[in-house]
Write a protein that binds this ligand. Structure first.
Ligand code: AMP
Ligand code: ZN
Length: 141
């Protein structure tokens, strides 16, 4: 879709810190992370939400989310847990209407309120975080 920021990232015309990509799915760091390493997994083919997301592609998005979650635990991020979320519709906090899965690393006692975190967040050293996470994803089986 021509005016979609995530389509631009998928096509390589929009800036992003890419963590993973394959024929169907691209994953990149969220520009305003809830926690450091917060990643978005998106289908290459535009769909706006759950209703128009091909379930087979949704399965691939989820599988990549699992792989990134494992890398967040095993790699330098050293996550103790991970939140996966897909916000579907404005009432559910969706703000970018290209389907995406949030993968948010968590640490014991981090005191992040997942819902409040979506409202109060700041950018961190995205390039360093992306490089470290890419390495951890690549070393996943
Ligand atoms: P949602 O509110 O579930 O639609 O999530 C949209 C997410 O996209 C938010 O967490 C934003 O911080 C993030 N976001 C918006 N624009 C960009 C961008 N250009 N690159 C990376 N993440 C973005
Ligand atoms: Zn799009």
């Amino acid at each position: 879709m021509s005016d979609c920021i995530f389509c631009a990232i998928v096509e390589g015309t929009g800036p992003a810190h890419i963590v993973y990509s394959d024929d169907d799915v691209v994953a990149f760091l969220d520009i305003s992370p809830v926690t450091s390493g917060h990643t978005l997994v998106v289908p290459r083919r535009h769909s706006s939400g759950l209703a128009d997301l091909d379930p087979a592609i949704g399965g691939k998005v989820f599988a990549v989310g699992q792989r990134i979650a494992a890398a967040m635990r095993s790699g330098a991020i050293g996550a103790d847990g991970v939140n996966l979320a897909m916000n579907d519709g404005r009432a559910a906090f969706q703000s970018v209407f290209h389907s995406h899965l949030h993968v948010v690393p968590r640490h014991t006692g981090d005191k992040v309120s997942f819902v409040k975190g979506f409202l109060t967040r700041r950018a961190r050293d995205l390039e360093t975080v992306a490089a470290s996470l890419r390495e951890a994803v690549e070393s996943q089986p």
